[in-house]
Design a protein around this ligand. Sequence first.
Ligand code: Z5A
Length: 217
Amino acid sequence: MIETQTSHPRFLSIEGGEGAGKSSLIRAIQDQLAAQGHTVTLTREPGGTPVAERIREVLLTGGEEAICDHAELLLMFAARAQHLEHVIRPALARGDYVICDRFIDSSYAYQGAGRGMPLDTIASLERMVVDVVPSLTLLLDLDVKQGTQRARSRPGTPDRIEVEHQAFFERVRQGYRSRADADPERIRVIDASQPMKHVQQDALSVVADWMELPCSA
Ligand code: Z5A
């Protein structure tokens, strides 16, 4: 069991429902940090290491039998354990900024609020696996129908989670909002229904303020 959990000053995560615009925003943040001379490790969950990417493949494509909710939750945390061990902790130790496309809040939103897994079960897994957490999380909040439309406008077929019904994604959105209400200093809500340029302006301004914090040096 992890004794203490550190909120790291160079660790940033981006969260949101599908089609919220995480990928587009992450590129803008990476450019801003790189332009200031910082080294950035850009990574994602589930995934980020070869083994965790194989777990991602199972989670997003399924397989010969249905993946039950417990297996889904445990696989998310198995991937996260590999990711922390082989990518996140080493990158932070080197002095990099780490930008993570989804992290622990996704498990509370999707497996907790979405699937209905008990939040204290997720909290137990968090205590077992997660010793370092982002000090800033940008939550791209978007109407579910709008997000689905955006996601469906891209080429490719929806994955195992994306085919879920609207009520599931409404619960996910509420799950994220509850997390943000409970931890407003870390989780900053960005209105993702705005044109992309304005979403990026809002987010980059929050990131700039975060980098000014004394402990970010
Ligand atoms: N998951 C989980 O259940 N539990 C966990 O613990 C973790 C994850 C870590 C994979 O995530 C799945 O894993 C995810 C949650 C689950 N499943 N779902 N759903 P992912 O991040 O790889 O997949 P995703 O959320 O489906 O990503 P996405 O659909 O690619 O979303 P996005 O990155 O936020 O969107 P985007 O690609 O940047 O934008 C989508 C389109 O909208 C694109 O054409 C853009 O050009 C357009 N766009 C973006 N912003 C705008 C604005 N502002 N206006 C207009 N159009 C825009």
